[in-house]
Ligand binder design. Structure first.
Ligand code: NAD
Length: 429
């Protein structure tokens, strides 16, 4: 064991931005139920996955590295609506009432703090439970105070902040994001064009020494200013955009075509979704943020510059359609036009009838627990090993992101091995 990994003693406060949302309430309910022995943490790597060690023995990951115990987590967070987590989960309609009732009292006790919100960043939302902040810097100050108060009131040893709130409008990288000094200046000057509320949450978390995770595709911590700040404060940052359904399929299928040296001429992905996330993404400026996140995957895996005959001309299109009757039960279609020997064309159709938040909840939990582990292992800045969980993995200007799910999984295992001073056991791993 790395001598410098601190043990996971005491309480871990998990502050969720968007604590009344579908993903947040589904994750929280599952954790509360699992720790009472009323549910299994299905889909969670930290709770269920195993790894083969150097001596050939296969062990659960949670027995290899010191992860926080689910029993030690205390949930809190912010939302633009005042509903407690039970009411919010009822509204989200992801989980059935009978499942929510298993932990009703605990859910009712989770009441959101007022949100740092700007309607211009999510025009489809009109919240009532929001902070009155004169400037973006003031927003940061208020959020920092929230974090400190929550930590003290709940006797938490550590805090992790997770963004599971709505996708903000697309904010392109600009000068104000390129250094910490420029970012702070823009916050103090209240430059509301380039400083989003999510950046205020991230800044506040990092300033309070809490790892920050971006679960939406927002630019937020994907800037040199935030990389600099997280290094300076010795805090891990991770993201972005939970890799839950359609992109998960893409990052499994695309490496298969590439490994078999099969060509691809087109990939059309569309889906219908009727939850609040779908409603926000129905706004073109918000969809743009998601589109950028979803489009980056294929080129990165195919490397068209290396294989122009196979992937030099892939027509890639991504659509999301807000369709209220489906609520959280997204239906996704992919049509993939591939070609093989002698250029003969073939087609693959994928029809995934998924449940968005059921897929995203364990990812959110794993990101929280691994970020807390990284913090205790003294790993700061961008956590590239957590790319496995993200649709649009964070990376600096010198490195390319890794999208292939199996390469990402090796990165998770390799990092865990390094933490405990082990080598990979064999080529069969
Ligand atoms: N569900 C998935 O599979 C999935 C996958 C990838 C990414 N995401 C992203 O995760 C996020 C959450 O998804 P969801 O389905 O839970 O959405 P949701 O609309 O149910 O929940 C979002 C919550 O955030 C709150 N909110 C919005 N702005 C806020 C702010 N500034 N401060 C505090 N709270 C705020 C909303 O009131 C809402 O309760 C979205 O950005 C979505 O794009 C979801």
């Amino acid at each position: 064991m790395r001598e410098n990994i601190k043990p996971a003693t005491g309480h871990l406060g998990v502050l969720v931005v968007g604590v009344g949302g579908a993903v947040a309430t589904t994750m929280i309910t599952g954790v509360l139920a699992a720790r009472k022995g009323l549910a299994k943490a299905i889909g969670s790597i930290t709770q269920m996955a195993t790894m083969r060690m150097q001596d050939g023995e296969e062990k659960p990951i949670k027995d290899i590295v010191p992860l926080a115990d689910l029993k030690d987590i205390i949930f809190g967070g912010w939302d633009i609506f005042p509903d407690n987590a039970y009411e919010a989960a009822m509204y989200a309609e992801v989980l059935k009432e009978k499942d929510l009732n298993l932990v009703k009292d605990e859910l009712q006790a989770i009441k959101p703090m007022t949100a740092a919100f700007d309607h211009n960043f999510a025009k489809r939302l009109s919240g009532t439970h929001i902070k009155n902040a004169a400037t973006r810097w003031d927003m940061v100050e208020q959020l920092r105070e929230d974090i400190r108060n929550f930590k003290a009131a709940n006797h938490c040893d550590r805090i992790v902040v997770l963004w599971a709130a709505s996708t903000e409008i697309y904010v392109p990288l600009c000068e104000e994001h390129k250094s910490l000094a420029a970012l702070e200046k823009a916050m103090k000057e209240n430059n509301t064009e380039v400083i989003s509320p999510s950046m205020c949450y991230a800044y506040a978390a990092i300033a309070e020494g809490a790892p920050f995770i971006m679960g939406a595709p927002n630019l937020c911590v994907d800037t040199p200013a935030m990389w600099e700040f997280s290094q300076k404060m010795n805090v891990p940052i991770a993201g972005k955009d939970f890799k839950s359904g359609q992109t998960l399929m893409k990052t499994v299928l695309a490496p298969m075509f590439k490994t078999r040296m099969l060509g691809v001429s087109g990939w059309f992905s569309t889906n219908i979704l009727g939850n609040r996330d779908g409603e926000v993404l129905d706004q073109p400026e918000n969809f743009k943020t998601k589109e950028v996140s979803k489009l980056s995957v294929i080129d990165n895996i195919f490397e068209p510059e290396k294989f122009p005959d196979l992937y030099g001309d892939v027509y890639h299109k991504v659509r999301i359609n807000y369709y209220p009757p489906r609520k959280d039960n997204k239906e996704a279609w992919d049509n993939i036009d591939i070609f093989g020997w002698m250029n003969y064309p073939m087609q693959i159709k994928v029809n995934f009838l998924c449940r968005d938040s059921i897929l995203a909840a364990p990812i959110a939990l794993d990101l929280v627990l691994f970020s807390d582990l990284a913090q205790r292992a003294n790993m700061c800045g961008i956590q590239t090993w957590l790319s496995f969980f993200c649709k649009s993995p964070m990376h600096d200007f010198e490195h390319q992101p890794v999208h292939d799910l199996f390469t990402q999984w090796r990165m998770v295992k390799q990092t865990i091995r390094e933490m405990v001073g082990e080598e990979a056991p064999s080529y069969l791993d």
